[in-house]
Design a protein around this ligand. Structure first.
Ligand code: ADP
Ligand code: MG
Length: 514
């Protein structure tokens, strides 16, 4: 990392050089679908929905420690296995839900969907996870380590755009950086390949193949459930195109807004409850849905009415392989991450019992997972919870922490001084729906971000995500497919707390290994 801290990378750009690089990036991104639908401020009166614009992206790949990158990739299949096991442990998830559901109606409603399906009996045992484990680099004395920010089990996004970002930076390294007057620091970049789009599609493909053919004589398909007004649509399209053109035979893929599930799908009145999708543009075509891939349904905003919960119930009780099931979605609660990481009160050196429940405590794999955990506390009335309450309400101690509810999608957390203020607004009996996490402070880096045509130069913070695909049988526990599936690097200005690209805070990036 030395050359970075000394400030020689990325190279300083002359005005004319910056102009050229920006023009190249603007054109390359549009030509290769590294794009989003424009924000309303830029879209103006684009009533026909024809505009696309470059996704925010760095002008240079950010330096990332090679050992950290390799470790994050190497442990992904272990993380996949861990979350497949958690998803199968209904008793454990019951406890987790009970901890938070009192102060969290959304989690309570999700749990209720599971209970309703359980009562009549699940008809599909296969479950698919398209996961992403997110990390920041933590500097501990001399050594650099990855520390997990969160583990995503639903709608893990940017795998489509991420492959394109790696290709963009490769293109720039080949054709543009050598033209810069101070090109020396960018003359050798170690840019690993990134198969995230194809690798995630391979996970969907595995589930599609495992489903088999329709016993009702329909063609089978994969259904992407989407949010209305989604701006990050091209990210999803890259996965769709990789999947639909995958060999040996092509896969029909359809997009259906989450709000239209009950209008365009039905359940066959058979004991196996096949999910049938009628093509709105040609109602004589009926497909049997083999796999439902949720890019919606992860937050309360997708459930404005009771019908939306009925729609989720219809999907969950069907024979389609769900990516994810309700149980797998709940396995991604921050509460689960906290419990896995919190050691027993009596012995802070031991493997937390929740982790030991799923992974052999002395195994090398478990020790490697443990190293990625940072301090996370409950905010309940256990002794570590009471300790965390004293940290969270102290105006000085709270500066080192982030407080998180059981939500996904960005913009939900409370950072530093905002923690005591927020707690003051919540009845104390609901504090246990939150967790308190130490803020990871990665080494300082600089980069330039191109966002909405403007270049922002300055200090940045990088967050690495590693994708994983896992297909397992909920009843036998058999893991049928388990792969690491490429990576995402998201970068944000170092003054910003949140890092979500879709939420408008972060940008796409790729790594140059150092
Ligand atoms: P969400 O589910 O909304 O994505 P995250 O837990 O990923 O929630 O938090 C959102 C963002 O906040 C992260 O992408 C990261 O930039 C920042 N963040 C969250 N936890 C930490 C942490 N412990 N240390 C530093 N930054 C964090
Ligand atoms: Mg996140």
């Amino acid at each position: 990392m030395s050359s970075i801290t000394q400030g020689s990378y990325p190279p300083v750009l002359q005005d004319a050089e910056k102009e050229r690089l920006v023009q190249v990036v603007k054109d390359w991104t549009v030509a290769h679908g590294l794009t989003v639908r424009p924000p309303p401020a830029i879209a103006g009166n684009d009533t026909e929905g024809i505009l696309a614009t470059s996704a925010p992206v760095t002008l240079f790949p950010s330096p990332f420690p090679k050992s950290c990158f390799e470790e994050a990739k190497a442990i992904q299949t272990t993380y996949n296995e861990l979350y497949a096991l958690i998803s199968q442990d209904e008793e454990f998830l019951t406890e987790m839900v009970q901890e938070v559901a009192g102060g969290d109606e959304f989690i309570a409603n999700l749990w209720n969907v599971h209970l309703r399906v359980k009562k009549e009996g699940y008809v599909q045992n296969l479950a698919l996870g398209l996961f992403r484990s997110d990390y920041m680099v933590h500097q501990d004395d001399a050594s650099l380590q990855i520390k997990q920010v969160e583990f995503n089990t639903i709608a893990s996004s940017f795998g489509g755009l991420s492959t394109q970002t790696s290709l963009l930076h490769k293109h720039l390294a080949q054709h543009e950086y050598p033209l810069l007057s101070s090109s020396s620091s960018a003359s050798y970049l170690d840019l690993p390949s990134n198969g995230s789009a194809a690798d995630l599609a391979a996970g969907l493909r595995a589930a599609f193949d495992a489903y088999g053919s329709s016993t009702l004589g329909h063609p089978t398909c994969v259904l992407f459930l989407t949010q209305t007004g989604e701006r990050n649509v091209f990210d999803q399209r890259h996965l769709e195109y990789a999947l639909s053109s995958s060999s040996p035979n092509k896969v029909p893929v359809f997009r259906l807004p989450f709000s239209d599930i009950l209008t365009h799908t039905t359940l066959a009145s058979t004991p196996t409850r096949q999910l049938l999708y009628t093509l709105p543009s040609n109602p004589s075509l009926v497909f049997e849905v083999a796999v439902v891939y949720l890019r919606a349904g992860y937050g309360p905003g997708d459930y404005p009415f009771q019908e939306a919960w009925e729609a989720r119930y219809q999907i969950e009780r069907s024979n389609a392989v769900c990516c994810p099931t309700v149980l797998t979605q709940l396995a991604g609660m921050k509460k689960v991450q906290q419990v896995l990481a919190t050691p027993e009160e009596s012995n802070t050196n031991s493997v937390p019992s929740a982790l030991a429940k799923f992974m052999p405590p002395t195994s090398e794999k478990t020790q490697r997972l443990l190293k990625t955990f940072t301090n996370i506390y409950p905010l309940d009335t256990s002794s570590s919870g009471l300790h965390a309450r004293s940290l969270a309400t102290s105006p000085t101690e709270c500066q080192k922490y982030v407080m998180k509810p059981q939500r996904e999608g960005g913009g939900n957390n409370f950072y530093r001084s905002a923690i005591p203020e927020q707690l003051a607004k919540i009845p104390e009996e609901h504090w246990n729906s939150f967790i308190l996490m130490e803020i990871i402070e990665p080494p300082a880096l600089a980069n330039s971000i191109l966002r909405n045509g403007k270049v922002e130069v300055g200090g940045v913070i990088c967050e690495l995500g590693v994708y994983g695909t896992c297909l397992w049988d909920q009843s036998s526990g058999e893991i049928k497919f388990n792969e690491e599936a490429g990576y995402l690097l998201r970068t944000k200005g170092d003054k910003s707390e949140e890092g979500g690209v879709a939420a408008g805070y972060g940008c796409m990036d790729s790594v140059t290994l150092v």
